[in-house]
Design a protein around this ligand. Structure first.
Ligand SMILES: [Zn+2]
Length: 181
């Protein structure tokens, strides 16, 4: 498993076989996440719970067909501009790798999705501690021009602890890391 893999508008995913763990989220939707990513997600979840925040997964692994379905769903709901801004074309989504997770925050037993997560204290805490569990904030606000993706505070990506720490300390995104290799 290549935890450093770069998947974006310029790097298409080739769909190698990966080990996925299945579970149900608060909405009773079936979620799949790569094995090691899941293990470390659980540690992150436990850490945040101790500090009073309950997180869950909105979206993990997506197959080519699932991404295609999502693309057309969002397209019909939100139009082409929003869709191209936030949803990758099938084959180019990081969610194909099983290493990417869209988080939800649970407040008063209700899930807060994507754009509803506006809790600044929570986001600061989350974004500044992800590296301890091998995750990065994949699409930071100050890297929009490089990732070519709008800021997504909810989308985290597993890269392993060493790389996550290196990226956090040096404030580099995955596109910049790849260039260094
Ligand atoms: Zn995502």
């Amino acid at each position: 498993m290549n935890y450093k893999i770069l998947v974006n508008k310029d790097h298409k995913y080739s769909f190698p076989k990966i080990k996925l763990i299945k579970f149900k989220n608060i909405c009773n939707a079936e979620i799949k996440v790569e094995k090691k990513t899941y293990k470390n997600y659980l540690k992150l979840q436990k850490y945040l719970k101790k500090l009073g925040y309950i997180i869950d997964v909105e979206s993990g692994y997506r197959s080519f067909l699932e991404q295609e379905k999502l693309f057309y769903e969002i397209l019909s709901l939100k139009g082409i501009d929003h869709t191209l801004k936030y949803v990758m074309l099938p084959g180019y989504s990081e969610h194909h790798t099983g290493l990417a997770i869209d988080l939800i925050l649970i407040k008063e037993n209700k899930p807060l999705f994507d754009f509803d997560i506006k809790d600044k204290d929570f986001l600061n805490l989350l974004h500044n501690n992800l590296y301890k569990f091998g995750f990065i904030l994949r699409y930071p606000k100050d890297k929009e021009k490089i990732t070519k993706i709008s800021y997504e505070p909810w989308h985290i990506r597993y890269v392993g602890k060493n790389l996550a720490k290196k990226m956090y300390v040096s404030n580099l995104c995955l596109e910049e890391i790849k260039k260094d290799d």
